[in-house]
Design a protein around this ligand. Structure first.
Ligand code: FAD
Ligand code: N01
Length: 552
């Protein structure tokens, strides 16, 4: 493999980037790696808001690539809090000596493909230009924090925070009047903790969310050991599940059982805690009537928890199926509305009008605050990539190519952008899964592809237009077999004004997706064009037959 400045540029030092660096370095590739932040951890470096926590069980939300690592690391809770996950990311970086390979406080601003050299020209905000054969975007799917363009936004004189860019030193809200705008996963985690501290908390909610109790608890040594004793087998099982989590799917239809049996099952899962509730029956996400039964169970729980009936009704989601916006997992969220210092303001029909120097105006009422917390989410899946000026063949920008929605083959590459890889990109299971499982699968797949190219004396890899079109169609067809497109979710791009409404992740399942990726490789990288540097279509090793044949 010819080498210019380096073989590979990796952008991002979250869990994707760290594992990429570890694997590629071990295989002898020369690497430059850049990270905007000052340290490792990605999501868990940026999202330090009070209450931030994982909603995948700790024993499952961790790397599987090193037996020593998984044996030596001890989690303290069933669902880990942000500081512990960040500590884990730091431990991984130190243990595998990764830090020295990462250039922190450095933003990659552009990546242009040079067709004359088949290299990527990458530029950082420090003005450095790097030429690399391959460029891997490990930039994260939920890494561009979004504050809506409220009129008068800059007028507010108090402190403002976004959950996804929380100050490292923490914030003391003691005695303060604060607002939280947004009631998604971040808001729902932060609100109970903020309410304990603040003098008064007002929550502005545009859409109520279904939320399930985490039933979090300290990790017991017995439970941890039961995983450690069987990690190899359990990890392998995880990789072929639907969502990358080992949790029991009850393979019955919610409509095929009696009302009593349904209620019993929902109650059991509610008490167990976490997202396992959505696996109570096998048709909750594909059948509206089945879904209604689960949604009504959750609404009833809210009605019995929240003392004020009017507030309870406002908190009870009704307009979209449960699970079709990212399910929230909480600790005492609904209970928080029974506190005297907490008020819910519903802005579903009447949006926040404007910010003022001392607060905001909504529903003809003037509110005064010392601080505003924006829990308003992210420009997910595409926003971070679009912040980089990515240009492929003929100067085509990624933004232009994805004008009507992301177009990828397997969520890992996009035609006209040779040798540019994405980790957990749109069109892969990604945000619908336990992301550690999806990250490891993508990193392994990409790394194996680079090794294959090197072994075969090939330099350029690019999906064919036909393979990509088929995959995009497949992703869309599978999504529309479910209830997911019925919700105005960030999965659909609905949280960002003007963003195309396309269901972005692949909902076919982590295991099914992995098999497709394996089959494509076994079939000589079906749907990819692999060629040597000076390759022409005549000497190219192409494989352009049906991309999704294996999926059907
Ligand atoms: P990230 O962790 O997002 O890292 C990407 C990194 O790339 C960032 O550090 C960013 O600064 C850097 N970067 C981006 N652009 C550039 C650039 N141009 N130049 C240089 N650097 C750049 N997933 C789950 O599976 N389970 C959970 O319970 C869960 N909880 C979550 C909770 C929160 C609050 C959030 C926001 C996400 C959660 N996720 C969860 C998803 C989470 O993002 C993934 O699990 C995982 O951490 C993603 O790792 P990553 O390395 O792919 O991306
Ligand atoms: O963001 P969100 P998030 N006026 O987009 C509201 C992961 N995560 O940061 O629903 C008023 O879900 C918006 O309202 P609406 C997880 O994947 C995981 O909470 O668009 N409100 C919504 O209520 C998650 O899904 C964990 O009508 C406005 C909120 O802001 C993803 O990250 C924890 C508004 C945004 O919710 C994002 O979660 C945290 C406006 N103009 C995050 N604009 C775990 O527990 C937006 N909103 C694992």
């Amino acid at each position: 493999m010819s080498e210019r400045n380096c073989d590979v540029v990796i952008v991002g030092a979250g869990f994707s980037g760290l594992y990429l660096l570890h694997r590629l370095r071990g295989l002898g590739f020369s690497i430059r790696m850049f990270e905007t932040g000052s340290d490792v951890g990605g999501t868990w470096y940026w999202n330090r808001y009070p209450g931030a926590r994982c909603d995948v069980e700790s024993m499952q939300y961790s790397y599987s690539f090193s037996e020593e690592l998984q044996q030596e690391w001890d989690w303290t809770e069933k669902f880990s809090a942000q500081p512990e996950i960040l500590k884990y990311a730091n431990h991984v970086a130190d243990r595998f000596d990764l830090r020295r390979g990462i250039e922190f406080d450095t933003n990659v601003v552009s990546a242009h493909f040079d067709e004359t050299t088949n290299h990527w020209a990458i530029e950082t905000d420090k003005g450095e230009k790097i030429s690399a054969r391959f460029c891997i975007m490990a930039t994260g799917c939920i890494s561009t924090a979004q504050i809506p363009d409220f009129p008068g936004l800059s007028d507010f004189k108090g402190a403002t925070y976004h959950t996804g860019a929380w100050p490292h030193e923490g914030v003391d809200f003691t005695g303060k009047r604060i607002a939280v705008i947004g009631a998604g996963s971040s808001g729902i985690q932060a609100i109970p903790v903020l309410a304990e501290e603040a003098a008064h908390l007002t929550v502005f909610q545009r859409t109520p969310n279904y939320s399930l109790p985490s039933q979090n608890a300290p990790m017991t040594p017995e439970y941890a050991q039961s995983w450690k004793d069987n990690y190899a087998a359990l990890r392998e099982e995880q990789r072929y599940t639907a969502k990358g989590n080992i949790r029991e799917l009850n393979n019955e239809s919610a409509l095929a059982v009696s009302e009593d049996r349904r209620a019993e099952m929902y109650e059991e899962r509610w008490q167990t805690g976490g997202a396992a509730f959505l696996s109570s029956f096998n048709d909750l996400l594909v059948n509206q009537r089945a879904n209604d039964s689960a949604a009504e169970f959750v609404r009833d729980k809210i009605r019995t928890t929240v003392k004020d009936p009017e507030t309870a009704e406002l908190l009870a989601a009704k307009d979209y199926p449960i699970g079709t916006k990212r399910i929230c997992i909480d600790s005492d969220y609904f209970e928080t509305y029974n506190r005297d210092n907490v008020r819910l303001v519903d802005v579903s029909d009447d949006p926040i009008e404007r910010m003022t120097p001392s607060g905001l105006v909504a529903k003809d009422e003037t509110f005064e605050f010392d601080a505003i917390v924006f829990a308003t989410g992210f420009d997910a899946m595409t926003g971070t990539l679009f912040k980089i000026d990515i240009q492929g063949r003929d100067g085509l920008t990624l933004r232009k190519k994805w004008d009507a929605g992301p177009r990828t083959y397997l969520g890992v590459m996009s035609e006209a952008f040779p040798n540019l890889f994405m980790i957990t990109g749109p069109g892969s299971p990604s945000v619908l899964s336990n992301m550690m499982v999806s990250i490891e699968q993508h990193v392994d797949w990409v790394t194996d592809s680079l090794v294959h190219l090197r072994a075969e004396g090939l330099d350029v890899m690019e999906p064919t237009r036909e393979a990509e079109d088929e995959w995009v169609e497949h992703v869309n067809v599978v999504a529309h077999k479910t209830l997911f497109p019925r919700a105005a979710s960030w999965y659909m791009g609905a949280n960002i004004p003007g963003k195309p409404r396309i269901f972005m992740p692949y909902i076919g399942g982590v295991g099914a997706y992995r098999r497709i990726c394996e089959e494509i490789v076994a079939d000589g990288y079906r749907g990819f064009r692999l060629q040597p540097d000076a390759g022409t279509s005549a000497d190219a090793a192409t494989s352009e037959n049906s991309a999704v044949a294996a999926a059907e």
